[in-house]
Design a protein around this ligand. Sequence first.
Ligand code: SAM
Length: 318
Amino acid sequence: TDSDTADEAVRSTCDDATTCKRYATSKGYWTDPYVQYFVRSVGERKAPEINRGYYARVRGMNHLLDAFIRKTECNCQIVNLGAGLDTTFWRLKDENLMPRKYFEVDFPMIVARKIHNIKTKQQLSKPLIETHSTDSLLLDGHCLDSDRYCIIGTDLRDIPVLDEKLKKFHLSPELPTLFLAECVLVYMTPDQSSKLVNWASDTFHTAMFINYEQVNMMDRFGQVMIENLQRRQCNLAGVEVCQSLESQKERFLKTGWENADALDMMTVYSVLPQDDVTRIEHLEFLDEKELLQQLLQHYSICWATKDKLKLGLSQVAF
Ligand code: SAM
């Protein structure tokens, strides 16, 4: 059916993200020793502005994520929504920043692939086994559950099922909880994504949500980007890209979150540690600075908090 085709196109975006991250790390933009186990080859060349865009995305997300973990002193849980083949769990383990438990959710088909990679690559499975205390590790085709890491295959648009599965694997409403959505909400209707962020604020009294996605798509450059997406068979029919930073924040403020902030990625790029930005700008020559600016202005990070435990979550910022 049409909707199966649309879902298949959405699932294929996870390969795009991982391929681009693999390429950028092969060029030295940042270090990720694990992404190679999810995409075998480095693949074809990506333009420098794309690599810098991914650099800002990964560094920006990690900055807020790490700040949340430090605020909670690792007494927290993380739920990565639409995680795809993301490698954050392994990074946090290596950097001694592991939350009590790290959850990932994606379509069952993506989850099955990820679990297959974990099962067959010792570099991926070892950290998981090391952080597990009993012999009860659950690792079948569709689901992985260990003491510290859990992967669930389900559709994020079906909230009751999502809620049930997360609770089944011991996501606790009492612990400070961080939600990550990196290029994920844009594939849902505004109504569906609002329901998801509303569920999160209803269920957790102390929480943060970090959302990375496209914004400001209605100028000429935005139109070109939407056309590109459509050419790659992404069915964006009925999907309205969130227009502005204001509407990004509003989605949270209207659904029970206490604080919300949003920055476009050009701003994020300019407030990241500038010694490292200078380093990566020397990796590849970029002739047209304007191209990078335009690209970065069309993406944003929005983060929202609620903080019954008064941990100071609203101070998490750039
Ligand atoms: N967050 C990862 C990253 O940034 O590397 C993957 C991003 S990829 C562009 C989007 C991911 O969201 C895909 O893995 C896709 O399968 C997942 N996704 C989108 N809509 C979903 C839904 N309704 N239910 C579950 N997963 C979904």
